[in-house]
Design a binder for this molecule. Structure first.
Ligand SMILES: Cc1cc2nc3c(=O)[nH]c(=O)nc-3n(C[C@H](O)[C@H](O)[C@H](O)COP(=O)(O)OP(=O)(O)OC[C@H]3O[C@@H](n4cnc5c(N)ncnc54)[C@H](O)[C@@H]3O)c2cc1C
Length: 480
């Protein structure tokens, strides 16, 4: 898969197009539309039997803001600055400022573009911090209300869910709407697996070979080649090398998320970045009444705002607490967790819980006392938990659920690192030069989401947005 061939070794081209796209998920589909809109002749190679990829398995949540029609219809004010402030603060220690800026400035336009293609969004608000299980649209899909973000940027709901009834159905709908557009915009070749990039003597990427029905074909890409083959969560060897902390977690993606495009780009001399960054979704606080409980580490201390997004909770758990965390509830807020978490202690007092768990006497007691003292005032000075989730836990008996990675099996993961690109999708070398002829978008790249506590909807958001830009840029390079 890591092959790079030289143009001189290609006897004859089987086909020639302006823009060649590898991968038909949301990024590849939008790259095809972007390139075709510039008048380019486009071919899209898809390894599966149809386009869709992980995008079609997704919830179809798209992070848009700055005043979309749905935000306005639901009565929420938002601005480019607020969206930008939140994304700069929440997308990792080295946010790609140029990409964040462009994404926020054009977010309303991008949303309108999707609507123009026929992607449906309902004018409705979903008042929970997890993805709609109905056909509703707009929700707080990140941790906008949690410190430090709420102090840095005015919160607004920006998760726009493609309208489709049920849980995690929006991605399938999105891709089914995009598919006929792609079929008109590009020559689509399915069950076609890109195997090697072809480099000219001047270093430019000028095409690729692909395997179909045991036969290898060579396609010339006159203007550019866009890698949109998705992430690498299914490649255990790569996960072990770059993100070993994710090895015990459940892989979330499609079987072809094996990093092939990232490896091909790297073989051609591309830089990769944020390869250790992965998502840690862990929907443990469900039903949402459990958010009123206290999450503790194995020392009986709080470590996170329980009302923040479950990806942020998962990240704090895996990276800072060794994946060992616990939920304390009292009889007033007790509900059976949807994820079937095991109870590891119960008792009338904190001391009984500490004894049962073998924890330091006074540890849970101190946490509970401090939490209750401020919860009575409707405040959480330590972690800033939302007021509506704050009740004193003073109705014994108490129970402690084990929410650890090992005990639950509900921690999921997908990769966020990949090829280093410019805003235009041009792939960069480690020296910061453009690798001529090569473009990339979507999960094959590192883009806006460089850490888990970013928001749901950024991945399909950036895939569709920067995919389109990459297709446009490749086509324009050919026309220049
Ligand atoms: C259950 C689930 C729910 C999710 N929900 C959301 C959500 O609501 N919002 C959000 O923003 N993100 C969500 N995500 C993440 C999001 O779906 C992905 O990050 C995003 O769709 C990636 O888009 P992509 O176009 O880069 O890759 P993909 O959609 O995976 O597309 C890549 C395509 O490339 C093809 N391919 C791979 N290798 C080759 C090759 N060598 N040659 C040719 N073709 C190849 C694949 O078959 C695939 O079709 C979710 C993920 C999962 C698994």
């Amino acid at each position: 898969v890591t092959a790079i061939l030289s143009e001189a070794d290609i006897g004859a081209w089987d086909e020639a197009v302006d823009v060649l796209i590898a991968g038909g998920g949301c990024a590849g589909a939008c790259a095809a539309l972007g390139a075709a809109a510039e008048g380019a002749e486009v071919m899209l190679l898809e390894r599966g039997m149809e386009i869709g990829g992980t995008s079609a398995l997704s919830g179809g949540v798209i992070y848009c803001g700055g005043g979309t029609a749905v935000q306005r219809a639901c009565g929420f004010e938002d601005s480019v600055d607020a969206m930008r402030g939140y994304l700069i603060a929440s997308t990792g220690c080295g946010p790609d400022v140029a990409k964040v800026d462009r994404y926020c400035e054009d977010s309303v336009g991008h949303f309108n573009w999707l609507v123009g293609l026929g992607v449906p969004f309902k004018d409705s608000y979903w008042p929970y911090n997890y993805e709609p299980t109905t056909d509703d649209c707009l929700y707080y899909s990140g941790s906008e209300f949690s410190p430090p973000y709420c102090d840095l940027a005015r919160p607004a709901p920006r998760g726009h869910t493609v309208q489709a009834w049920g849980s995690c159905k929006g991605g399938g709908k999105l891709m089914s709407v995009l598919a006929p557009h792609v079929a008109r915009a590009a020559k689509l070749v399915t069950e076609a697996r890109i195997r090697a990039l072809i480099r000219a003597s001047d270093g430019r990427i000028v095409g690729a070979t692909f395997l179909r029905d045991d036969k290898t074909y060579a396609v010339r890409a006159r203007a550019g080649l866009v890698v949109a083959t998705g992430g690498f969560v299914m490649n255990r060897e790569m996960i072990g090398r770059y993100a070993p902390q994710a090895l015990p977690l459940k892989m979330l993606g499609n079987p072809y998320d094996d990093g092939s495009g990232i490896l091909l780009g790297a073989a051609a001399g591309a830089a990769t970045i944020n390869m250790g960054a992965v998502m840690y979704p862990c929907p443990i606080l469900s039903p949402s009444g459990l958010i009123r409980g206290i999450l503790m580490n194995a020392k009986g201390q709080r470590f996170v705002d329980e009302s923040s997004n479950h990806k942020r909770i998962g990240e704090s758990s895996v990276l800072a607490q060794g994946g060992k965390i616990y939920l304390l509830v009292d009889s007033q807020i007790y509900e059976d967790p949807a994820m079937g978490l095991p109870i590891v202690a119960s008792g009338e007092t904190a001391r009984e819980l500490e004894d049962e768990l073998g924890w330091t006497p006074g540890s849970i007691g101190a946490t509970l006392d401090l939490y209750n003292r401020y919860a009575r005032e409707g405040r959480d000075p330590l972690f800033g938990k939302g007021r509506e989730h704050l009740v004193p836990l003073d109705h014994p008996p108490y129970a402690v659920f084990d929410c650890s990675v090992e005990a639950t099996g509900v921690y999921l993961t997908m990769t966020l690192g990949g090829l280093m690109t410019r805003v235009t999708g041009e792939v960069m070398t480690p020296e910061g030069e453009v690798l001529p002829g090569l473009y990339a978008a979507g999960r094959a790249t590192s883009c806006l989401s460089a850490q888990s506590c970013g928001s749901s909807g950024l991945q399909v958001g950036e895939g569709t947005f920067f995919g389109r830009l990459a297709g446009q840029a490749a086509a324009r390079a050919g026309a220049a």
